[in-house]
Design a protein around this ligand. Sequence first.
Ligand SMILES: Cc1cc2nc3c(=O)[nH]c(=O)nc-3n(C[C@H](O)[C@H](O)[C@H](O)COP(=O)(O)O)c2cc1C
Length: 375
Amino acid sequence: MWQLAAKWTQKLPAEMAHDTAVFALSHGFAPIADQILLPVQAAGLAFDNPLGLAAGFDKNAVASQGAIRLGFGFTEVGTITPLPQAGNPKPRLFRLPEDGAVINRYGFNSKGMRVARNNLRKIEHRRGIIGVNIGANKEAKDRVADYYKAAHYLSAEADYLTVNISSPNTPGLRDLQHEAHIKAVLEAAIKGRDEAIAHADARPAVFVKLAPDMETDDLFAAMDASAQAGVAGFILTNTTITRPDSLNSIYRDEAGGLSGQPLARRALEVLSDAAGHLKRSGAPDLVLIGAGGISTAEHAYARILAGADLLQLYTALALNGPYVVAEILRQLKALVIADGASAVSEIKGVFASPEKALLHAAHIARIAAKKSGNN
Ligand SMILES: Cc1cc2nc3c(=O)[nH]c(=O)nc-3n(C[C@H](O)[C@H](O)[C@H](O)COP(=O)(O)O)c2cc1C
């Protein structure tokens, strides 16, 4: 029934389908998945499983509990800006199903941090881990100050905070990733958090979310500056402004960030580069959250082999419907077992190259498929 409902919403204009899905999840009209336990400890938090809902689906923090019921181990609300803002003119969301992709140029449409905090406070029996993704208002005179404000206002409601400086849809925002600015932005967010929460033990970890479109040297410089500022980890990656030649959809040249399948390879490479850099720089405890084009258990497995502690997806949910979450988790658990491991942490980062991670994931997927065929 839910798959049918999801198919039906695919016939609606893209943004209306998104709004309908958010409404459904926020009002409990969604399937309840059997809980699949694949525990992960990261940044001082205990996740039931490593798969989370990426930012951008639940911009005003109304649907976190519905998302957790789909099977996600965690969910990231936002991006939330200090002040309400409308975002870009419509249409600003495009489905490219033939490419397994989406292009969006929402531009941080947000009801603002006050509404988001009220919504988070209204949750009665909070389940799952909730990350709060913060951004700056488009018209803000001082964008760094916006990160301080949002972190200060929202920290008490967050299990972790994500500083989003990688959306391509707010002009100039990505410049904050430059090593000349990133430390100031992150220090502002961390100061906001620390001034809001007196006890160090109760403070949400701060992650920074980066774009897939950076040169490797710039990525490493941004990571080093972030580590100096005191972040707990990195979300890699946000959407891409590139347009691979493989895209077939008539929407391929729409402006905005491309997500889904065509981003998978690049996001894996960035994650793998980042994992190598952390190892080399003696900071293997920093957390890596892999996002970008994850739509199967095999993708998810390769991302962990390449160094991810945790994973996020969004586009696969938008294109494939709500059962994709439990299906990926069920199969991911089967892959971990087929590989002779008992926990995700045992396979994390065992391959330094993306190719090897992909090959091994494909190999284990074949073994797991044979096993389940024999049962
Ligand atoms: C419609 C849409 C809106 C998004 N909005 C945000 C956002 O507000 N903040 C953010 O950090 N990322 C946002 N993202 C990026 C996702 O969180 C994710 O990093 C990216 O889409 C790659 O994952 P995916 O290929 O599984 O979708 C958005 C993505 C999509 C498709």
